[in-house]
Design a protein around this ligand. Structure first.
Ligand SMILES: CC(C)(COP(=O)(O)OP(=O)(O)OC[C@H]1O[C@@H](n2cnc3c(N)ncnc32)[C@H](O)[C@@H]1OP(=O)(O)O)[C@@H](O)C(=O)NCCC(=O)NCCS
Length: 276
């Protein structure tokens, strides 16, 4: 069990809502979620939103149990002033609690992702390409950095540009969530340069950060479902080499598959005409 021999590689757990049926998620949530979570769950107007929330939060508690050994109903989740949740270190000396476990959750349109890492911050975001709605993706581009807007403007309108837009959006959210700032971090204060199909070529960080502190990964665990991960270097300065990816609700300990994480990023080239 990883609780007795903690895994050092960052990991993500991807779980569609239908990985946990309604009756089971309702039952688990009743026993596992804390007062704050129960209160939020009660407030949803739409049943589908409540379902999403219950599955996501059962997944978080299950993953934290697998990684820390703290039983689902006993995990104390503390939230920063900006809403970022952290696992409060248990004082029980249970296996796995000796090194700080960081986690981040994203849930959207029927999919849930939890990322975990030890001694380093992680951020994750999941979005669906086929859920752009009536407004499309154009409006989110307005918040992007100049070089990202120029890059997108040079792509032909259509599915390719939409995909690039959403790739940038999920990367930006993952990074902002790893920093704990969420949308409080201006999205035009940092920029990514994308490789054509997948992966980050360059990263221009906000002024208070450095590019070589972070690694990024992009996954598409289901067609049209984009997941981005931002993971910090460890205290030894080493960038993580690989990411372990789990699929489905983790009842047991099925072997994850491995994804290589890229090395250092360079600063993105400013594109012609892109004012900084
Ligand atoms: C975090 C944020 C970017 C979420 O974006 P989203 O795409 O709508 O939602 P996601 O599903 O990807 O992520 C939501 C999860 O991120 C986590 N989260 C919340 N705030 C976070 C933060 N500041 N940093 C990192 N993660 C955060 C939570 O687990 C949340 O799920 P939960 O509410 O069910 O627990 C956005 O809500 C935000 O910017 N929040 C900060 C707001 C703020 O600054 N508040 C100040 C005081 S009220």
């Amino acid at each position: 069990m990883s609780g007795t021999r903690p895994v050092r590689d960052p990991q993500i757990w991807f779980c569609p809502n239908d990985g946990l049926d309604v009756a089971t998620s309702t039952l688990l949530a009743r026993h596992w979620l804390d007062e704050h979570e129960q209160e939020i769950a009660r407030r949803f107007l739409f049943e589908r939103d409540r379902r999403q929330y219950l599955v996501a939060h059962c997944l978080v508690r299950r993953v934290l149990f697998l990684e820390s050994g703290v039983p689902e109903a006993e995990a104390t989740i503390w939230r920063s002033s900006r809403g970022r949740p952290f696992l409060r270190a248990p004082s029980t000396g249970r296996p796995g609690s000796e090194r700080e476990l960081d986690f981040n959750l994203s849930h959207a349109h029927g999919y849930n992702v939890v990322a975990v890492a030890r001694d380093r911050r992680v951020g994750v975001d999941v979005e669906r390409l086929d859920r752009s709605g009536e407004r499309g993706f154009e409006w989110i581009v307005e918040s992007f950095a100049p070089e990202e807007r120029a890059y997108l403007a040079a792509l032909p309108a259509g599915s390719g540009r939409d995909r690039a837009t959403l790739r940038l959006w999920t990367l930006k959210e993952a990074y902002a969530k790893a920093r704990g700032l969420g949308l409080g971090l201006p999205f035009d204060s940092f920029a990514f340069e994308l490789d054509d199909e997948q992966g980050v070529l360059g990263f221009r960080p906000p002024e208070d950060d450095s590019a070589d502190r972070w690694s990024f990964a992009e996954l598409e665990p289901r067609p049209q479902v984009l997941v981005s991960l931002a993971v910090e270097r460890g205290p030894d300065g080493a960038a993580p080499q690989r990411l372990l990816v789990h699929d489905g609700f983790p009842w047991g300990r099925a072997a994850p598959h491995e994804v290589s994480l890229p090395g250092a990023h360079r600063a993105p080239h400013p594109l012609p005409g892109a004012a900084r």
